[in-house]
Design a protein around this ligand. Structure first.
Ligand code: ACM
Length: 692
């Protein structure tokens, strides 16, 4: 009784000393939900029990065990200890344990492989008595371990795994992430932490976009001027590539290269201008967009060069697939080159598409010689190409369906362009094969899966994680989970859990934003800037590239402004929009940290309406923030309008409504490349507040 009394006193003192608002916001609702899995398994049954763990917890690995299981079961132990603070004594796992007393029994029936179509299934059972994880091979085991970590939860009694029975396997065998390391290049470490995040979300293909107009990013011993002259010294050595491939392999992830040709290829020509279609002096391209330089398809030199180069890279990258790009060749340098035009006439080639197909056919021969299968962007899909190539569909899903119907294997990237800054929901609901597409099972089988594409015009070592994660985890679920897993609210709830767990892998997607705000405010209090960034989003699409009337972006431009730490799903704006819909539909249920949606709306809108006053002095002392001053003011004005609309009790006249909507219309204009994402909610609130 006495300790209880002291405790109450301490808690009361703590409450007394704290601002009530802080308490509210800091206590993220723990929705007491044990279902935090992402991707959701094929079959999952939570069985309403808990397996509590203590410092005696051990795992035992048995069966066919290689590095995949030893490395990842050791990682599992360290992550488990890290999350719980339990001093788990078990040392590095290096061989079969055969310890029947261990709480976690792991049985792998086969060694792991990093190959398309490998069996990745696993079975996991957590009961009060213990945990069984088994799989036909190591690939399944490492996914089961990730699932198990997502089942870790806690209550007053301690840490526990939620008991369950899971039978899991992926819907698609190709679950990829393309990282463009050409527009901006990152250290090996950045790639490694993204590989860890890929395993955590059960992705299995890393596609490295290694050459571009703006950079050639891999060491070539055969043609050293490629990386020496085409990279500003920022490239991966062959040893580093091997290190990345090995790191990924242990995590069940294939790594395959893309060398974009014949276009997007300026960086090759700086050292080897003879490869190009225009006789000129080349330098690294510093602007973005489609460029004219292209390889010369009418010259034997090109094929001799590519034969040797591909031979070298085919050895470096053991994966059976090899991406040749093939996108966005505007044909201008081909048209301007007399020899190329003559070659076309002599060979009856009528346009640039046919010429590119001829080029691709030659490249295909080279790839085949080195036992590689060709992957290319959907431009390479031409009737003359054989169907043992993989089409990566980026311009539209139709091309992928068409390709699959013609017997080509295909992967979808259209809809997974995360540099377009769509809401996660839009990517998430983009299914590679919708039910109503009515594809035959044979055609559906040709659709291997998809790839998220992380293009790097606006990414740096600092912000790249926040551009890829957490949205990619939701897309990874699309690639893994059954088609009918598509509850958007639940996806956002689980995504928040996944997102913060990714931090333990060294991902900087959350800390980067905090660091960026500190820099922007010159180490002032960042609360008001955070309130703002939580409701504004980067403009969607590629409008950032255009910047009418503003300075154009170059490769060397700073990517440290507020826009570079922006959200594509501003979390508070999204919650305000949801709360508004609930409030207006009369649901008014308990939402977020409040008892009902009206209370939540009033709380957030009031805070935002007062925010500009707090942020203004900081902006005044941070010239780099000057560009968002009007935006900050607008957000406060719009929030105030929303708050008044809720309080108006349906008193607005039609003309008042029109006046307010006009103000909102004006506030929709992007400022500093941002959009104010509470406007849709406030519009609804006004429309609801008009006299009948
Ligand atoms: C592409 O986005 N140009 C493949």
């Amino acid at each position: 009784m006495r300790t209880k009394g002291v405790l109450i006193l301490i808690v009361a003192l703590m409450l007394f000393g704290c601002n009530q608002d802080e308490i509210k916001e800091n206590s993220k609702i723990r929705e007491n939900n044990d279902m935090n899995l992402m991707p959701i398994p094929k079959e999952v049954n939570l069985t309403n029990n808990k397996f509590y763990i203590n410092e005696d917890f051990k795992l035992s690995v048995d069966g066919k065990i290689g590095e995949m299981v030893t490395t990842n079961s050791t990682r599992f132990l360290r992550r488990l200890a890290g999350r719980t603070g339990l001093f788990l004594d078990q040392d590095f796992i290096t061989k079969n344990s055969n310890d029947k007393s261990a709480e976690l029994q792991i049985l792998s029936k086969g060694l792991g492989k990093v190959k398309l179509n490998v069996d990745e299934s696993y079975s996991l059972e957590v009961s009060e008595k213990g945990i069984q994880l088994s799989a036909n091979n190591e690939n399944g085991i490492i996914y089961g371990l990730e699932t198990l970590l997502q089942l870790l939860n806690s209550d007053e009694e301690g840490y526990y795994f939620t008991s369950c029975k899971i039978e899991d396997e992926p819907r698609f065998p190709w679950r990829g992430l393309m990282i463009d390391v050409s527009r901006h290049c990152y250290p090996v470490n950045v790639i490694k932490r993204n590989i860890d995040a890929m395993l955590a979300t059960k992705m299995n293909v890393l596609h490295l976009h290694l050459s571009e107009d703006q950079g050639f990013r891999v060491e070539s011993k055969v043609y050293p001027k490629l990386h020496e002259m085409g990279s500003d010294g920022l490239y991966f050595t062959q040893n580093q590539i091997k290190e990345i491939i090995e790191y990924a392999k242990v995590r069940g992830i294939r790594v395959y290269p893309e060398f974009d040709m014949p276009s997007h290829s300026t960086a090759w020509f700086i050292g080897y201008p003879k490869l190009s279609s225009k006789d000129t002096v080349y330098s690294i391209e510093r602007t973005w967009g489609i460029q004219n330089p292209a390889m010369n398809p009418a010259s034997e030199y090109t094929y001799q060069f590519l034969d040797k180069f591909i031979g070298e890279m085919a050895q470096l990258f053991p994966d059976e697939y090899f991406h040749i790009g093939g996108d966005e060749n505007n044909g201008i340098h081909w048209k301007d080159n007399k020899n190329i035009q003559k070659y076309m006439k002599e060979n009856g080639i009528k346009d640039k598409h046919e010429l590119q197909t001829k080029f691709n056919q030659r490249i295909l021969k080279i790839l085949t010689k080195y036992n590689k299968k060709m992957v290319g962007w959907d431009e390479i899909l031409q009737p003359e190409m054989p169907n043992n190539i993989v089409i990566q569909s980026w311009r539209g899903k139709k091309a992928m369906i068409e390709a699959a119907k013609k017997g080509y294997t295909a992967i979808l990237s259209n809809g997974y362009y995360i540099d377009l800054f769509w809401d996660t929901e839009r990517h998430y609901l983009n299914d590679p094969v919708l039910e109503n597409e009515n594809l035959s099972p044979e055609v559906e089988k040709n659709i291997l899966g998809g790839e998220v594409t992380s293009w790097a015009e606006f990414t740096t070592t600092e912000n790249v994680d926040s551009r890829i994660w957490p949205r990619t985890a939701a897309i990874a679920e699309r690639f893994w989970s059954p088609r009918d897993v598509k509850n958007v609210d639940d996806m956002y709830r689980r995504l928040e859990m996944v997102s913060f767990h990714l931090e333990e892998l060294g991902l900087t997607h959350l800390t980067n934003r905090e660091m960026g705000m500190r820099r922007l405010t010159n180490n002032e209090n960042t609360n008001s800037l955070e309130n703002l960034i939580n409701v504004i989003e980067s403009i969607e699409g590629y409008t950032r590239h255009k910047r009418e009337g503003l300075k154009k972006y170059l490769q060397q431009s700073p990517l440290t402004r507020l826009i570079d730490i922006s959200y594509s799903d501003a979390p508070v704006a999204r919650k305000i929009r949801k709360a508004t819909d609930e409030y207006l539909s009369g649901k008014n249920s308990a939402l977020y940290f409040t008892d009902n949606s009206e209370e939540y709306l009033k709380y957030e809108l009031k805070k935002l309406s007062e925010n500009h006053k707090k942020l203004k002095p900081i902006i005044d002392n941070s010239p780099i923030l000057k560009e968002i001053e009007q935006l900050s003011e607008n957000v406060s004005i719009v929030a105030k309008i929303g708050l008044e609309a809720i309080n108006s009790d349906k008193k607005y006249s039609k003309s008042q409504k029109e006046k307010l909507l006009k103000i909102l219309e004006k506030a929709k204009e992007p400022i500093a490349e941002f959009e104010n994402r509470i406007i849709p909610a406030v519009e609804k609130l006004i429309k609801n507040s008009v006299k009948e």
